[in-house]
Design a protein around this ligand. Structure first.
Ligand SMILES: Nc1ncnc2c1ncn2[C@@H]1O[C@H](COP(=O)(O)OP(=O)(O)OP(=O)(O)O)[C@@H](O)[C@H]1O
Ligand SMILES: O=P(O)(O)OC[C@H]1O[C@H](OP(=O)(O)OP(=O)(O)O)[C@H](O)[C@@H]1O
Length: 231
């Protein structure tokens, strides 16, 4: 059986993902020319490499159409409910760090915690005639965090496809849930992260799709061990 590993083909995770495999003694060469979306690993004849975007990798892992992938934990947890039943997070790779956070306008001086935000949400309709609006592309993580973890039910999600941090200033939402790494985009948009508003500390992970066939494949364990040893 051929084992497929998907690595980021572009974007912020591409170079560091390849470097980890290199250190693991798994040097990847493109099949065909440099722009090819397939690769091989010398000495690992049963392994095939596919180059996809980080979001495609999380989708294919969740669907079980590839065996391993390097992608962000945020994309996996947002993409699939009960994700730990579908995949195994085999290793945290130490790059691609980003926190998924709840951020509110800095001028909301009385709002520093999720409990404060719960109070605002409860009063919002009476004060403003509508529910508190949250801009995000992380709707699953937002619902889990607000509804299940903090018991906040009175809000509306406004799906954002980009420039989420601009939503409060433009009036399309009141607060946001998005990723931050250096914090500069939040600061530039006069937003602050709530004290207990970190939903997830994400980073790039080696992820395995859970498949019964993997139990009989020594190469599956060999890949995990080689990558862990390179960290
Ligand atoms: N500053 C950052 N901004 C955005 N994503 C970041 C940042 N730092 C780390 N990441 C992580 O990178 C991953 C997204 O990477 P990237 O944007 O390359 O993927 P993609 O969503 O597939 O790309 P695209 O949006 O171009 O299709 C996420 O897991 C995210 O947490
Ligand atoms: O905390 P910071 O270091 O400012 O980084 C966070 C920002 O970076 C990302 O946007 P980016 O424009 O890089 O790209 P994307 O949203 O298209 O992935 C992300 O969506 C945040 O807006």
């Amino acid at each position: 059986m051929t084992i497929t590993i998907a690595l980021p083909s572009k974007g912020r995770m591409k170079d560091e993902a390849s470097a980890i495999f290199e250190r693991a003694g798994m040097t990847i060469t493109a099949v065909g020319n440099d722009r090819s979306y397939r690769g091989r690993i010398e000495g690992w004849d049963d392994v095939e490499v596919a180059f996809l975007s980080a979001s495609e990798i999380s989708r294919e892992l969740g669907n079980g159409t590839i065996d391993f992938g390097v992608t962000g934990e945020d994309l996996m947890r947002e993409g699939f409910a009960e994700v730990d039943k579908r995949v195994e997070f085999c290793a945290r790779l130490g790059f691609g760090h980003a926190d998924v956070v709840v951020a509110v306008p800095e001028i909301w001086l009385d709002v520093d915690t999720m409990a404060d935000l719960g109070d605002v949400a409860a009063d919002f309709r009476a004060r403003h005639g509508r529910r508190l609006a949250i801009a995000t592309k992380y709707w699953r993580l937002t619902q889990q965090f607000f509804s299940s973890q903090h018991g906040i039910q009175l809000y509306r999600i406004v799906e954002s496809l980009g420039a989420t941090e601009g939503a409060p200033a433009s009036g399309s939402a009141d607060i946001i849930v998005d990723i931050t790494s250096t914090g500069s985009t939040l600061r530039a948009n006069h937003l602050k992260v709530l004290q207990d508003g970190v939903i997830l500390h994400s980073q790039a992970c080696l992820v395995r799709a859970r498949k019964e066939s993997h139990a009989d494949e020594p190469v599956v364990q060999a890949i995990i061990e080689a990558v862990r040893a390179a960290l």
